[in-house]
Design a protein around this ligand. Sequence first.
Ligand code: LIP
Length: 265
Amino acid sequence: MTADLLELATRVAVEAGELATLRRAEGVEVAATKSSLVDVVTAADREVEALIRRRIQDARPGDGFYGEESDAAVGTSGLTWVVDPIDGTVNYLYGIPRWAVSVAVVEAPTQDPDTWTALAGCVVDPSHGDVYRAAVGAGATLGGRALRASRPASLATSLLGTGFGYDAAIRREQADAVARAIGEVRDIRRAGAAALDLCDVARGRLDAYAERGVQPWDYAAAALIASEAGAVVHSTDLREGRRLVTAAAPAIAHDFAKLVRDAGF
Ligand code: LIP
């Protein structure tokens, strides 16, 4: 069954990426703001999610849906599709080629993401023609090639990815955590799309990633891809309702977990 689910996730994510690319070329404007003036949504976000939702509803009418830009729907099948139509929305708005379509399907006994088990996921990076895929227990691939997380010699020589939220006060806290961590690692990268950051851990372009405040739709597919590529992935800790997502190459996972705690991510 997971193979069929992965095929559907891939087919839908690739089509959605083509639509998002077309809309980007036509020009993108802010349609509305959400949690703050800088938390934006474009018409393309909404149109792309509507396409994904329609395709999945047509194929699997009994499944639930949990997307960034539309109301959640509880299904009858026990499965829920977790979708970010355009992860890296600000990059998309500015024309920076670092955004992705993320489509995951999870076993969802409740509406609480901590009870979800990812079964299959696809992240499409149309700007580079990259299609990342994973099914639980079946490994992760990029363009059909198996992905493996990196093997860094130490935390001090590891490249860390992170991100910042849409609330200025929270961004200041996150920047303080980065300031406490930056001397303990090789360097930091903040590229603006959690899904692609986690895929970078899966392909060894990052050795670790930590961000507090990302949403299930940002990470559901890419966390499975990173985990299936051998990374140690955690998604927990709802401090002030802000979930902490971490991923790390196995060799540094223990030291990285301590750094995340000590730095206060
Ligand atoms: C984005 C995340 C990114 C985070 C941004 C934003 P969006 O998701 O992918 O990691 O740092 O603040 O949350 O809003 O582009 O779907």
